[in-house]
Design a protein around this ligand. Sequence first.
Ligand code: C5P
Length: 222
Amino acid sequence: INAAVIAIDGPGGAGKGTISRLVAQDLGWHLLDSGALYRLTALAALRRDIEMTDDVALESVARELDVTFVSEDGHTRIMLEGEDVSADIRNEHVGGCASQVAAITGVRDALLARQREFAKTPGLVADGRDMGTVVFPEAPLKIFLTASAEERARRRHDQLRQAGQHASLSSLLKEIEARDARDMQRTVAPLRPAEDAVTIDTTELSIPDVVARIEALLSLRG
Ligand code: C5P
């Protein structure tokens, strides 16, 4: 991998998606939403009535995933087999299934090369759980974004409300904690900061503050 990569990892709801998109836009770099690949694998499996415990079938779903990312004026439409599933992959159920699917070694291996293909000049902002530890271990800048579970539940609550959906704060908090535990305790590529990652706690920071910090770190390292 020759292109510059900024790896942005952290638990769900820490703001990685928004922050990564804004940094990529500012720099004019490519963007990898690696969580979308796990969500797409889960969605494709759900549509085929495949159980989230069927490792062998899930690995082939991941390997054969027919997905395209279509970027238009700062937004990316995610297409599964030619159908726009950008909204479908964001619901809590698909998210929960994605985190089950993501614990399967064969699925992670199947998605590895696909993720590395995103690293192209002038550079890539890669958003996920293991960008700095597994997928792009040579990335010159690695960020670990966190926020308290309560704050992440609140943000998710607001996001859902804006999308016209409703979920109770306490159930969101429970789901977030369950997903954190699953992501951190799994044996393959558990969620943890890379040794050379810079941790940014976003609980009390605004989005522009976080973007500015990352860009300042990039100019120091680059
Ligand atoms: O980030 P997002 O919530 O879209 O990711 C969905 C799920 O995919 C996460 O809960 C996590 O289990 C998994 N994931 C992963 N490795 C990544 C990105 C996401 O295991 N690099």
